[in-house]
Design a protein around this ligand. Structure first.
Ligand code: GLP
Length: 255
């Protein structure tokens, strides 16, 4: 795992996505919602608008998760959110999300099949919940789980209440890629900013691998990158070492 602490982690993520798309124009990118990736999305949109970004015409996009119970097109559905925050501005439409509007019992399996048909994800963007969740895999989730229905914890519903009129409107259920699904992506890039994420980041990066901290599964991935600002990195014990590695990284290596 590589841990990188910089002022603007979103710019590094935007660079990594662009470099993948230039190298493999028909790649598969895994998208995350939430506030953490927004600076990266803004950077990609601004480069696209100024004509310096790559062509996204052949890229396939998969969302990590989706709320269950919101009507189609609800502004807080993750499908609507990612369209508003990224994909509409890039002018792309090959965007997949778990199908929460028909037969929930088979929706997970169908989503897994669609990712498999696309050849699995090349680069998966990830945020982290304040309780260590990854996508919507709450503490206790199997480290080898696949896409399925999950029940949100009270803490996650409270964290996400800011997007709704009240916490009562935050759906209780979601369809989420499993930790096993996420682990099949070839490169995982987790982005976290702000002091509210510091303890979850420390548990994920330096704690034991455990279902109690779903994001700790990244320790088992051969190519995982954790991009942090100073505040999110503030509880890491090995922070001096991570800085030394980054400062002395050979240019040819990339992320
Ligand atoms: C939600 C999403 C996660 C995201 C997390 C953190 O629960 N399902 O994918 O990582 O929130 O969100 P934020 O980046 O807004 O802190």
């Amino acid at each position: 795992m590589e841990v990188v602490v910089v002022d603007s982690p979103g710019v590094l993520l935007a660079d990594a996505i662009e470099s993948l798309v230039r190298k493999s124009p028909s790649c598969v990118v895994g998208l995350a919602t939430g506030s953490s990736p927004l600076p990266a999305y803004e950077e990609l949109i601004s480069r696209h608008r100024s004509g310096t970004g790559p062509s996204y015409a052949d890229v396939t996009w998969f969302l990590l998760d989706e709320y269950v119970g919101l009507p189609p097109g609800h502004p807080q559905s993750y499908r609507a959110t990612i369209a508003r925050e990224l994909t509409d501005a890039l002018g792309v439409s090959d965007v997949h999300a778990p199908d929460v509007h028909s037969d929930l019992a088979t929706a997970g399996e169908r989503y897994e099949e669609s990712i498999a048909e696309a050849g699995w994800v090349d680069l998966q963007i990830l945020g982290i919940g304040s309780d260590g969740h990854l996508a919507f895999n709450e503490p206790g989730s199997s480290l080898s789980s696949s896409t399925r229905l999950k029940t949100l914890t009270a803490r996650t519903r409270a964290d996400n209440a800011r997007f709704f009129a009240s916490v009562d409107e935050v759906p209780r259920h979601v369809l989420t890629q499993g930790l096993g699904t996420i682990m099949r992506a070839r490169h995982l890039v987790l982005l976290a900013t702000g002091s509210s994420k510091a303890s979850a980041v420390a548990a994920a990066v330096e704690g034991s691998v455990s279902a109690s901290c779903p994001a700790s599964v990244l320790q088992l991935h051969a190519h995982a990158t954790v991009l942090l600002d100073e505040a999110a990195a503030s509880s890491l014990e090995r922070i001096d070492y991570y800085r030394e590695v980054w400062a002395n990284k050979p240019d040819w290596q990339g992320l």
